[in-house]
Design a protein around this ligand. Structure first.
Ligand SMILES: [Zn+2]
Length: 465
């Protein structure tokens, strides 16, 4: 019988070693080494002058993101026409596990429940059950969470001897904060210090509440029994006893983006997260202390939107025909989120400071770490296949779309400086649809559709026809 496909830390590292041995993707020096001694591995491919950065497992328990980034790395084929063009144009950076400590903690707990040898079918049933429990927890306000109940007998001792110091750190967190619920080890999104990289932003408004000595609980019902004002599995921005500081993982990704941006090479950041089947792309409202010119924000906002449309156009959560005979893929595209809130998270700030930045929530089935594996033929296969296609397609058309969008943006500026977001994005979506129809008819070479683009959709003034 086939063993289960879930990747623990060692297995993920082995896969990365095999990818490296094939020679298409090169290992770079580690981005950093974490507090408890784990490397943040960094790989690149391509010779282009524009850089794309891709990260998985910012949240340690979002193991589907590492799985996907590894599959993406494996799928790069230098003999494929499109990939050949993409790698001439871009240099792609892969950081499959930005938060290795969190990944080790979460997958060690998973391995207690689903050992490596467990057959796929059996593992899938457990993942499905976890998904159902998690969903129930989302609607019921009870203190006792069902998905935590499933893991309640698993504690820090599941972390192997190789990671003794990390295990000790996790043990200390649970001992120091006995209010942390049992059965919360598998959802460990944080690093070994119990700090969540995405929340570890100086603009996080919860910092003030925490400094005022308040307890802070998450709003989501499934996490409502977790106090995030102290270190723990999820969402804690800093350790109040030590004062705010940037964690090694946060600094590692910030430094990489900053460095590429200063060299004028940063083109796109794809930040993979786990659950929702959504794309977050809109720049958040900048905090007052962060000075960013308004035109820059508007330009980024527009380019981000059209790239998200491109990405989303290839994604689906379901396939086949529905009862009316309609293609389910069209109806189950990943939604491009257009709402806007105050910037609080690490990624919100990245999106304000740097050019294109999409945060993609991969799985339609929610419930970290294992729910995305609860339906392999449906959820898992659709997400892997469609996102592989979406990344390849997006990279291939990104530059052309960016140019198109910038021309369009200039034109909007001439017509109506205060054009509202909804009107602009609706028009952009229409432009993308036209673009997409046109390129479908063309052979997949960039020169071909760029010419077509210039002549077909946009005339010399940059006016949309
Ligand atoms: Zn996440």
């Amino acid at each position: 019988m086939k063993k289960n496909i879930i990747l623990d830390y060692e297995q993920a590292k082995d896969k990365l070693k095999k990818i490296e041995e094939k020679g298409i993707i090169k290992r770079e020096p580690n981005l950093a080494v974490t507090e408890y001694g784990l490397p943040i591995e960094h790989f690149t491919t391509g010779e282009g002058k524009k850089d794309i950065v891709i990260t998985g497992a910012t949240h340690g328990s979002e193991i589907i993101t590492t799985d996907f980034v590894i599959k993406l790395m494996e799928s790069i084929n230098p003999d494929d026409t499109v990939w050949k063009e993409v790698s001439q144009e871009f240099k792609i950076h892969f950081i499959p596990i930005l938060n290795p400590e969190g990944y080790v903690i979460s997958t060690s707990a998973v391995r207690k429940m689903i050992p490596r040898e467990m057959p796929q079918e059996e593992a899938e049933k457990i993942c499905k059950k976890y998904y159902m429990e998690y969903r129930e927890d989302d609607v019921h306000p009870e203190e006792q969470k069902r998905y935590q109940e499933m893991f309640k007998s698993i504690d820090y001792t599941c972390i192997p001897d190789e990671y003794k110091e990390l295990r000790e750190a996790v043990k200390n967190i649970y001992e120091k904060y006995p209010d942390l619920p049992k059965g919360s080890l598998q959802i460990w999104s944080s690093n070994g210090n119990g700090i969540d990289i995405q929340a570890n932003s100086e603009f996080n408004p919860k910092i003030n509440e925490i400094n005022e000595g308040k307890k802070v609980f998450m709003k989501a019902k499934r996490f409502s029994n977790i106090d995030i004002s102290h270190p723990g599995p999820i969402n804690c921005p800093f350790d109040k006893e030590k004062g705010f500081k940037y964690e090694i993982e946060t600094a590692a990704i910030s430094d990489l983006l900053d460095d590429l941006s200063k060299q004028g090479k940063l083109f796109l950041y794809l930040n993979y997260h786990s659950t929702g089947g959504l794309i977050f792309q809109r720049p958040a409202i900048p905090p007052e202390s962060l000075q960013i010119p308004g035109e820059e924000l508007t330009r980024n906002e527009r380019v981000n939107f059209i790239l998200s449309e491109a990405y989303s156009s290839r994604t689906y959560k379901a396939k086949g025909r529905d009862t009316d005979g309609k293609d389910k893929r069209e109806k189950s595209r990943y939604r491009v989120m257009t709402g806007q809130e105050l910037a609080t998270s690490t990624n919100d700030i990245f999106r304000l400071k740097y050019p294109q930045d999409l945060l993609i929530e991969l799985s339609g089935m929610g419930g970290n770490p294992i729910a995305p594996y609860g339906d392999i033929n449906g959820n898992y296969t659709n997400l892997v296949e469609s996102n592989l296609d979406a990344t390849k397609f997006t990279f291939h058309v990104a530059s052309a779309l960016k140019n198109l969008c910038e021309k369009f943006s200039k034109r909007v500026q001439q017509f109506d400086k205060n054009a509202d977001y909804e009107t602009v994005t609706e028009t952009e979506a229409m432009i993308f649809d036209e673009f997409s129809k046109k390129i479908m008819k063309l052979k997949p070479t960039k020169e071909a559709f760029e010419t077509e683009l210039e002549e077909g959709i946009i005339n010399d003034d940059g006016e949309a026809r």
